[in-house]
Structures are given as structure tokens and as C-alpha cells.
Design a protein around this ligand. Sequence first.
Ligand code: IMP
Ligand code: MG
Length: 205
Amino acid sequence: MPARDLAQAKPLPVPKQWQKEIESLLITEDQIAARVAEMTAEIQRDFKGRELVVVSLLTGTVLFLADLIRHLELPLRLDFMGVSSYGGGTESGDLVFTKELRLDVAGRDVLLVDDILDTGKTMDRVLAKLFVLRPRRIKTCVLLDKPSRRVEKVQADYVGFTIPDKFVVGYGLDFAERYRNLPFVGVLHPKVYRQHARTLPRKKR
Ligand code: IMP
Ligand code: MG
């Protein structure tokens, strides 16, 4: 099944305790659960009982990953790669690898999981790193896709939801390491990152 396109979705009411920071609710807990179940079924069909190495990117995938693999009836091994972009704002900066892969993926079927595909720089760099290790095949899986922001020519094989160009948080996604625990995906109030920008040290040139 194709990704659910939320480009024209009507904003849903935000739970009271988050109204100050979250501008609108984009994807509810129930919508996420239903879509993740569909994605699990699709992955299961495609890999037909082969053993997977699931490579998940830290830290934004934690909730999505747990829900995705919980009902995956395939043998699998799980590993993490740490990728982080410098700078605490909403733009991706220079990428640094903070944790390297430990499992051997040579000749293996790999499922690469990330929270969101934005400019594509992260996915592009990580895929290049994985291909060198000669896996049998790599399929990519993301909860969210913001195609309008793409810089690199990269697409994901499994996409949960296609979303408009808004900075979103929740269900694992953060702003400056916060909001990962929200059970839904919501649009962050721009005033939150404007406020934050004023408290960041100036970039050295
Ligand atoms: P890309 O390298 O620009 O594709 O960005 C991918 C990474 O940027 C993701 O793994 C996220 O950590 C982060 N990111 C991009 N857009 C958002 C967003 O709207 N909210 C939270 N994190 C985001
Ligand atoms: Mg991330």
C-alpha cells in the first residue's frame, strides 16, 4: 500500500498539556498504529522468511522501530548506527557518525530504518557506508517523508506518511532532544525554535 499523503490533511486538536508548544496534531496514535501494521505486513511479504539485519538510526527511530518489529514474523538481528547533524536547530548540518555498526551485513538482507526522510543527506551517507559492506540487498523504511525538501536523489522503499514541509516532533522525533515521548506526531510551534535560536551560541566563522 502506498504512503498516506497528509499534504492536505486537516489539523487535529492538540491535547491540552501540549498546546503551548505544538501548533497542530498531524498524525494520531491510532493512525500511526494502523499504518505501521500495514508496513510490517508489507515488509514480511517482501522478505519471505529470510533473516534480516535491521539497521536503525539513532535516536529518532526508537518508538517506530519498536512498533514495527514487534509484529514482524521474520528472523532478524538488530543493530544501530548513530548519525547526528551538528547544530541544534531545524536545519541539517554536517553529519557525524556517533555509533558504528557492529553486526556483519555482508551477503545479508538489510532493512534500514529512519524516522524521517528530509533532505536525504543522512540516508544518502548511510547507504553509501552500508553498500561498501556488500550486503545482499538493502531496503529502506521511514515513518515520514518530506519530499519537498529533498536535496539528494534518494527515496525510501517503505514510507509511512508523506507530510508537508513543516517541522514535526513526537513519536521519536525531536527538537533539541525534546518531545520524543509524545505518542502522536505534531507540528512544532515556530516560536519554540525561534526562542531556542536566541539562546544558542553564535557559530564561529
Ligand atoms: P535529512 O538528512 O535532511 O534527510 O534529515 C534526516 C534527519 O533530520 C532525520 O533523521 C531527523 O533526525 C531530522 N529531521 C528532519 N526533519 C525533521 C523534522 O521535521 N522533525 C524532527 N527531525 C527532523
Ligand atoms: Mg534522526
